[in-house]
Ligand binder design. Structure first.
Ligand code: SAM
Length: 289
């Protein structure tokens, strides 16, 4: 195998050799910290039995180590400009398949069928920060394809994901993730672990997917309510829902929301940010009835 890219001088050599400048539009920050790469792979508990989906291999830093630890690695990279680089850095990694495509347009079930006989994958990624939320939602919606999901995100996004209705960071993302999975911080990661250095701290999260959601509710309606509540989070929930839900094809009027809140022993002027996932599920039930 070519020299490991976790040695910072090797990353610099490869970037110089191919005249690569990290592309902001693709959220490129390349890892150069062996301890962090090993920590991510350890927390994902990768073994030779696993087929790993890596999102955004970049120049192949984590992919090289995944190749040593996993049975097979399927790495999905949007940036075609990295093709010659990955051809060199992964030249000896015969168990790695690189697909140059947009992860958001990737059929994850097809990857499991084509590369792992339909068995579950493990997802490992240092996510591009500009599309963290859509990728997370895609992974969670398709969580039946995964044994585990381990992702690096901005620390601030990790705080939003972990927040509860007692925290300022609580919002639609917290609820979306917590509906599908139990999030856990595996590791904090400083800017010095990357080239170029991002302006923010990062964190590695394990998303432990539930077999079944922790609450029972019509998921489409539940998330329509959550979106409406947090799109206008300064408004009372009754006002936010009576305006926000009609755009999404649902139409409870303000009085119906107030009646539902009363039935739940909640004040009529409460804001969405005070409701837990269980409260939102109950509200969904009542309004749906
Ligand atoms: N894994 C590498 C590392 O840790 O050094 C690079 C991580 S970098 C933060 C994010 C990577 O995701 C980049 O390689 C970027 O080109 C890629 N990327 C960005 N948008 C993508 C998309 N929609 N689909 C697939 N890959 C994408």
């Amino acid at each position: 195998m070519s020299a490991l890219l976790t040695a910072p001088y090797e990353t610099r050599r490869i970037l110089d050799k191919y005249g690569i400048h990290a592309k902001k539009k693709y959220g490129q920050n390349f890892l150069i910290d062996a301890g962090i790469v090993e920590g991510i792979i350890r927390s994902a508990a990768i073994t030779k039995q696993d087929c790993v989906l890596e999102i955004g291999p970049g120049i192949g830093t984590m992919t090289q180590v995944l190749s040593l630890e996993a049975g097979h690695v399927v790495a999905v990279e949007i940036d075609e400009g990295l093709r010659p680089v990955l051809a060199e850095t992964l030249d000896a990694c015969t168990n790695v398949t690189v697909l140059f495509q947009d992860i958001l347009k990737t059929d994850i079930a097809a990857i499991s069928r084509n590369y792992n006989q339909g068995r579950k994958l493990k997802c490992v990624a240092n996510l591009p920060y500009y599309i963290t939320t859509p990728i997370l939602l895609q992974l969670l919606r398709e969580n039946s394809c995964f044994d585990s999901i381990t992702v690096m995100v901005q620390k601030e996004v990790a705080q939003r994901i972990l927040a509860t209705c007692r925290d300022a960071e609580y919002g639609a993302l917290s609820l979306a993730v917590q509906y599908y999975a139990r999030p856990e911080v595996a590791m904090a990661v400083p800017p010095s672990s990357f080239i170029p250095r991002p302006g923010v701290d990062s964190a590695v999260l394990n998303l432990n997917a539930f077999e079944a959601p922790p609450v029972e509710a019509d998921a489409d309606y539940l998330f329509a309510i959550v979106r409406a509540a947090f799109n206008q989070r300064r408004k009372t929930l009754a006002n936010a829902l009576s305006h926000g839900l009609s755009y999404q094809g649902y139409s409870p009027d303000r009085d119906a929301v107030v009646r539902a809140l009363r039935e739940m022993d909640l004040p009529a002027d409460i804001r969405g940010e005070r409701l837990s996932l269980e409260d939102f599920a109950r509200l969904t039930h009542i309004l749906h009835a």
